[in-house]
Write a protein that binds this ligand. Structure first.
Ligand code: MG
Length: 269
């Protein structure tokens, strides 16, 4: 009898835990290990190589659009949006983000922007700046994101003396991979991301053949070393792969903060 009660309680516990994983964003925050701080070398501006596709040279947003469909933070909404988006992937309207002083600036609550061109395997360079705002902290301090293929996020955040869960700090593959070290510069300074991204490959029946992989340098420092991505980056719940085309737009997130971007270019692999 006692045994039956214990096993029933155990089942309830497992179900409650599984349910929390699906509904509670805190369930997927990982707070250890905290990446060690590394002071990067001095910032140097480097213009695009000759064979790069320049996505933003400081002048206009002609390579970008505001997507018609935007994702929520769990598998259900990602699945729903992808179902609508993939057949109409070229749909969108002109982005509302501001271009000023050679940078594009997130217009809070205007939504994300994505490239008109679609990309698969690639080398990506971009620069971002977190405006100095001591009133902000945690995930609310200069949050944005580089969404490879629109669904795999490298976090953009002020992570200079700003504590948050490490799998959500700058350079994290959001809620999947903590950066190896914290190479953040202070707010108000330009920072670089250089990435090598290989797309996931799918079998004809839609099953996963090989996961996406990612290498990231933050301010010239290796922070993600050929990690395997587990699926779309989610705020809530555990990811799993959804088959999608070999090329998809690159997306930058509007998380309500006036993060700036500049010098964005891609080399297709
Ligand atoms: Mg973000």
């Amino acid at each position: 009898m006692k045994r039956a009660i214990y096993s029933t309680l155990f089942v309830f516990y497992i179900l409650a835990f599984a349910n929390a994983q699906e509904t509670d964003p805190k369930a997927t925050e990982v707070w250890e290990p905290v990446p060690e701080k590394v002071v990067p070398g001095a910032y140097q501006y480097s213009s695009a190589p000759s064979d790069a596709i320049v996505l933003f040279d400081g002048t206009d947003l002609s390579q970008w659009k505001k997507p018609k469909y935007t994702y929520g933070g769990d598998m259900k909404s990602v699945r729903e949006v992808l179902e609508k988006k993939i057949p109409n992937i070229d749909e969108g309207t002109p982005p509302e983000w501001e271009v000023k002083d050679g940078a594009m600036i997130v217009k809070p609550r205007s939504g994300p922007i994505e490239t008109i061109q679609k990309f698969g395997d690639m080398q990506l360079h971009l620069e971002f700046l977190s405006p100095y705002d001591p009133g902000k902290k945690g995930q609310q301090y200069s949050n944005s994101g580089v969404f490879l293929m629109g669904i795999y996020e490298v976090q953009v955040l002020n992570s200079y003396e700003n504590t948050t869960y490490p799998n959500g700090q700058a350079g994290a593959v959001y809620k999947q991979h903590i950066p190896l070290v914290n190479a953040s510069r202070p707010p108000g300074e330009w920072q670089t991301y250089d990435m090598v991204f290989m797309t996931p490959k799918f079998n004809e029946d839609g099953s996963l053949k090989s996961p996406a992989t990612l290498t990231v340098f933050h301010n010239g420092v290796l922070i993600q070393n050929n990690v395997s991505i587990e699926g779309p980056c989610l705020y809530i719940g555990k990811p799993s792969y959804i088959p999608h085309p070999e090329k998809m737009p690159l997306l930058l997130q509007d998380h309500g903060d006036k993060v700036r971007f500049r010098n964005i270019w891609v080399r297709e692999i």
